[in-house]
Design a protein around this ligand. Sequence first.
Ligand SMILES: Cc1cc2nc3c(=O)[nH]c(=O)nc-3n(C[C@H](O)[C@H](O)[C@H](O)COP(=O)(O)OP(=O)(O)OC[C@H]3O[C@@H](n4cnc5c(N)ncnc54)[C@H](O)[C@@H]3O)c2cc1C
Length: 120
Amino acid sequence: MNNYDLIAGCCVAFSDFRFEETVSQHPTLPEYLDYLAKYCAHFQLWPHLHLNTKVEKLWKRASIDGRVSYSAVMIHKRDKNQNKCPREEVKATVETFDLVCICSGLHNTPYIPSFKGIYI
Ligand SMILES: Cc1cc2nc3c(=O)[nH]c(=O)nc-3n(C[C@H](O)[C@H](O)[C@H](O)COP(=O)(O)OP(=O)(O)OC[C@H]3O[C@@H](n4cnc5c(N)ncnc54)[C@H](O)[C@@H]3O)c2cc1C
């Protein structure tokens, strides 16, 4: 197993889209990135994905018609290779969503707000 091997193709592939037969049972990182790109293309996910984007702030919006929604301040970082002026590196937008899943990974310092009734 070299440094670029993943554990096992059977474990990292989604059940609705398997690896191509030419990919080894222990795919390399480039193969896995290629698989993820094909997954996004197959399910037409690219228009919904914002890469190089940090969610800076998130809040629940006041509900007018009983429907809950969320707004987020999103910081879009441009690809370093396309940037000439450092001041243009970051652009912020505010966007609204029906649902939010927070999947920020294990390698983060959690921010846990304090509010009445919280029990940790
Ligand atoms: C060195 C190493 C090797 C590993 N090798 C394997 C392997 O070979 N096979 C395997 O199956 N698993 C492997 N794992 C485990 C696997 O990487 C994790 O289980 C998996 O990535 C967890 O996925 P996740 O989506 O929960 O979190 P992550 O993959 O950590 O994704 C969280 C994402 O959220 C983003 N994020 C965080 N905060 C914000 C924010 N405010 N705004 C926007 N984005 C944000 C982060 O940038 C990150 O991209 C390995 C892990 C490590 C550390």
